[in-house]
Structure formats: structure tokens, C-alpha cells
Design a protein around this ligand. Sequence first.
Ligand code: SF4
Length: 381
Amino acid sequence: MSEFIATSIAADATDIAKVNLLGLSPAKLAEWFASIGEKPFRATQMLKWIHQAGVTDFDQMTNISKDLRAKLVDLACIEPPKVMQQLDSADGTRKFLFEVPGGSAIETVFIPDGERGTLCVSSQVGCSLDCSFCATGKQGFNRDLSVAEIIGQVFIAAKSFGQLQPKGPRRVTNVVLMGMGEPLLNFDNVVDAMALMMDDNCYGISKRRVTLSTSGVVPALNRLGQYTDACLAISLHAPNDALRDQLVPINKKYPIALLLESAKRYIEGLPDTHRKMTIEYTLIDQVNDRPEHAYELAELLREVPVKINLIPFNPFNLSDYKRCSNNALNRFKQILVQAGYTTTVRTTRGDDIDAACGQLAGSVNDRTRRAERHRARAGQV
Ligand code: SF4
């Protein structure tokens, strides 16, 4: 029996904290309705009201009886995260800053590209992994986001475009878990939120359009396939362990060979064949952008089903790294293309609102004191 059901049964309704239905996966919502003596179809109705109609007031749920609505008001709530700021870039990119109780804020970015609209979602308040090229890492870490706070980013973004209403425009077509945080370190909540993204009674986003990006938490990646069949991206950024140890410190614990082996198992275990994982490679001037790195990367990935996404580094204060030159970028790409890899370059979007890749910083009430150390090192305190 889940914890919330045990609590519901044990306590008087007036004593318990209300359950936020926004954050219950389809399976857990059915379980919750059963725990209050209601039929499973109530869960389907509720999912549609919340995630397809954007309704947060039980009284507006016209196909639910008055008695049940009164019961829901006593026991539950539907509470999306609070938007502190919404910024629109000249190129159509939209950035949301969400308030996180406890003095932090997280960021979510919507990037339109023709028919496609990709929402980059955060999974933690800050990040504990401290990759050397990442603005989030420099902010330290506070806590994992709840399911409601993760799916709430999709809910708010879709609602802001009028998507959650009959015949509303389908603007959020893709979701990438590439915002603040390492999704596999918040495994259970991320998996539940992805289930909501993909459920046909919710957002109905195809498994080919939801991507989890990891820097390499291998034990969690090893069990991911039991819970989802979403797409996978690996935050690689280096073609060998010596260099990756410097850029992505978790590599010291789970080196490249282990990571690629685990990722390959996940991809090969998916029910549909021919899916490839995405390799993300941030190009940093004079660090990992030389031709020998490209040749080494091509060799490393020879037996792995991948497409490669090159990301020119986006500078931020607290980092001495520089963006790679266009020449280095083109040369790097050409080597990979000639080696037979589908290789794309992520164009910088939302620069005018600090929404570019690697720049998401939010505001983290740091529990690790890492942010302080980084600022001291940069001479900012
Ligand atoms: S790149 Fe990802 S895993 Fe690394 S510090 Fe940034 S948010 Fe964390």
C-alpha cells in the first residue's frame, strides 16, 4: 500500500495534507481513487480534466457528481508550481521561472521550431553533479522536484499557449528532460512524470518525442527500461575518460565504457527497433573541439546506435570556458559526417532571455556550499 493511501486511511480527512492530484501518475491516481472507494474510471476523468482541459477547480468538473466533488475538495487539490516570471525571446523561445518553496527557483524553456515545439524541463533544484561547463552545476543543489513540479512545467507551458482547451493548438509537441538537474538521480518522480507526458488521457506525447538526458548514472540507467520506453540522450562531451573526468565528474565513478554499454542495452531493449540514442557533445574552445577529438569520438561510437548533437558552448560568468570557433565546429561536424554519423548542430535560441542551452541557472538555495566555492574561485565574493 502506498504511503499516501495508508495516511488517508489512518487519519481523519480534516487532519491530513491534501493530495496534489496533478502529481499522481495514471496508475497512482487509479490507486488513490480506489482508496477513497471510487471506481477506476474516475482516474481517467480526472486525468482529462487536469492535463487536457487544464482545469484546477473541482467544481468545474461537470461529469463528476456533486457529492464526489465535495469529497475531492476535502481530500485533494490540484496545484501547479507558481510562475514567478515568463520571458519571451524575439525568436519565439519562451522561458518560465517557477518558484520552489524554500527560496529557490527553477527554469523551463520552450523552443519552437516550425511545427515542433520542444519543452526543456527541469528535474531537480540545482544539480549535485557539477559538470564543469554547466551553469546549473555551479549553483549547487537543493532537492529533487516532486512529480507535480515536473509535470507542472508541462501543464503551465501548454496552458500558456492555450493548448489545454478543446481544439487548442498543439504547441508542446516534444519534451526533453535536459533542464536543471540529473533526471536519473530523481528516478521515481521523473518516471511518473514521463508516464503523464506520454499517456493518451493526458498530453499524449509519443515515446519518440520524450527524451531523458543523463550524464551517466549507470545503476539507474540499467533499470530505466523496466519503467519507460522514452528516448535517451547521453551527455558525453568527451571522447575519452581522461578528458571526461574533467568535464563530467561522475565519469570517475561510471566511466565511458560502462555508460555506453548500459545505454546500448537500454536502446536495444526498446520494443521498436531502429531507435538511436542521441549523443550530446558541447564544444568548448581548445578543450574538446580539436580534430583528434572528433576522430576519437567517431571511433568510440563505432558499435553504438547513435546520432550526434553538437552544442557550441554558451558562456556564462563563473566559467572561463569559451565558445568554439565556427571553423572548429564545422571541421568537427565534417569529420563525424564523413565517418557516417547523422550529426546536427544545436542552434542557440533564446540568447536575449538567457535561455540558451547550458545557461539555465534558476536560483538555488544551495545546501552543498558548492555555489559559494565557485563564486569564491571566480573572485565574486
Ligand atoms: S550538465 Fe546536467 S548533470 Fe551536469 S551539472 Fe549540469 S544539470 Fe547537472
